[in-house]
Design a protein around this ligand. Structure first.
Ligand code: NAP
Length: 391
């Protein structure tokens, strides 16, 4: 990092997009634990104005953005004299130009996070990225920009943070493969035939992690692991064949790297997102973090098994999409977002999620090369197309 926070004389200023979500709240808890090292420049929410107002009262940012404009007037009234209030995506993109921001944390969910990642990098800001959909939709363009602007793209996803930690001090040429761990989700032990009966409530109840709705459903279908393979492909510039997945139900090992001498490095810890969030904020240093003590004796055993791709076809569909490359992963992302929303609304079954994504991909004429406007247009097309599909 250009400046490690503990070497800086003043607090490091964060712009936190999606502060009212699961990652956003965990990030503010990290800031709360290190008030002398971090301050908040901007916060954002989409509709949860009540929480955004509360957060602004506590953290006193320079400004907040509420992206759904219907909540603007009330937010502005409540925060009058506290901070500036902006509305809508365009204003969110505009505040990313602010040179006072030291680090942008993108904790938005879904394709809405793509333009903010892209714009922050275009303005030369370092980005701590939770929004994996940015790389799934526009991985090549984003990684090109990271190189061109010499910015840091710091992973927050626990698996990618684990790999990144294992790679410190290592020559990338010596990496044989990376192994992403997956909890297997709530239906790991269910027979395949029973998956048609899964309800949204059951799918939202993740065994180890407390997360937002979309990623909880993605974890239940194993699409999340597919999205993470795509994320790792771009972040670590590795062919898909060098990215493996192992089911590890305890979620204690967050991922591993195998080197060519047969040695493996793993990163372990409680399934608590504050650990990878803080690492992204303090890299290359480490700070204390007030979380429960880690005890291998209490954990007792760690288990591993192969993922069942026939039972969870979303994983296979995602891996095929990145293997074939080009615009396919953007279509995959858009169709998945539609399918998750439809499942949560009770419009389709759990097992229809993969079918809807597959049908959308089949209707797409992929491009290998693309510009930003083209990929966003294709993402929009796939959202509309998948919305209208009847299964
Ligand atoms: N949660 C985890 O533990 C975890 C772990 C690893 C990676 N991630 C990744 O981190 C990202 C965030 O996940 P999350 O679980 O924190 O999601 P979340 O709880 O649903 O929070 C999403 C945040 O984005 C805002 N938002 C939603 N739709 C928006 C839109 N159209 N425009 C602008 N802002 C919008 C929400 O505002 P409102 O609250 O006002 O709706 C909220 O602040 C995802 O990409 C996820 O895959 C999450």
């Amino acid at each position: 990092m250009k400046n490690a926070p503990h070497n800086q004389e003043s607090a490091r200023k964060l712009t936190l997009l999606g502060s009212t979500g699961s990652i956003g709240k965990n990030c503010l808890d990290v800031v709360r634990q290190h008030r002398d090292l971090f301050s908040v420049r901007y916060l954002s929410a989409h509709q949860n104005a009540d929480l955004l107002i509360k957060q602004a009262m506590e953290f006193r940012p320079h400004g907040v953005i509420i992206t759904d404009p219907q909540f603007f007037e009330n937010t502005r009234k409540e925060l009058s004299g506290i901070c500036r209030v902006y509305a809508g995506m365009e204003e969110m993109l505009a505040i990313l130009e602010d040179p006072e921001t030291d680090l942008v944390v993108n904790a938005l969910v879904g394709g809405a996070g793509v333009m903010p990642t892209f714009t922050a990098l275009r303005y030369g800001r370092d980005v701590a990225l939770a929004n994996k959909e940015s790389l799934v939709v526009a991985g090549r363009l984003i990684m090109d920009l990271v190189k061109q602007k010499e910015c840091l793209l710091l992973p927050i996803d626990s698996e990618h943070s684990a790999i990144w930690q294992c790679l410190q001090g290592e020559d990338r040429e010596t990496v044989k493969r990376i192994i992403l761990t997956a909890s297997g989700g709530p239906f790991r032990d269910w027979p395949k035939e029973k998956l048609t009966e899964v309800t949204p409530e059951q799918a939202l109840a993740h065994p180890n992690w407390n997360m937002g709705q979309k990623i909880s459903i993605d974890s239940a279908t194993l699409m999340n692991k597919g999205l993470e393979v795509i994320e790792a492909y771009w972040l670590y510039n590795l062919p898909v064949d060098q990215i493996d997945i192992v089911i590890h139900p305890q979620s204690i090992i967050h991922s591993l790297v195998e080197f060519r001498d047969g040695s493996l490095k793993a990163q372990l810890g409680h399934p608590d997102m504050r650990i990878p969030i803080q690492y992204a904020l303090t890299f290359p240093g480490r700070l204390d973090l007030n979380i429960k003590n880690f005890s291998l004796e209490d954990i007792g055993e760690l288990n591993f098994e192969k993922p069942e791709v026939n039972k969870f076809p979303c994983l296979k569909i995602a891996i095929e999409a990145i293997r074939e490359g080009g615009t396919r992963t953007a279509v995959l992302n858009a169709a998945n977002e539609t399918a998750v929303r439809k499942f949560l609304n009770g419009e389709i079954k759990f097992t229809d999620i993969a079918r809807l994504i597959d049908k959308t991909l089949q209707a797409h004429n992929p491009l290998q090369e693309y510009r930003l406007d083209e990929i966003l247009e294709i993402h929009d097309w796939a959202q509309q197309y998948s919305h209208k599909i009847s299964l």
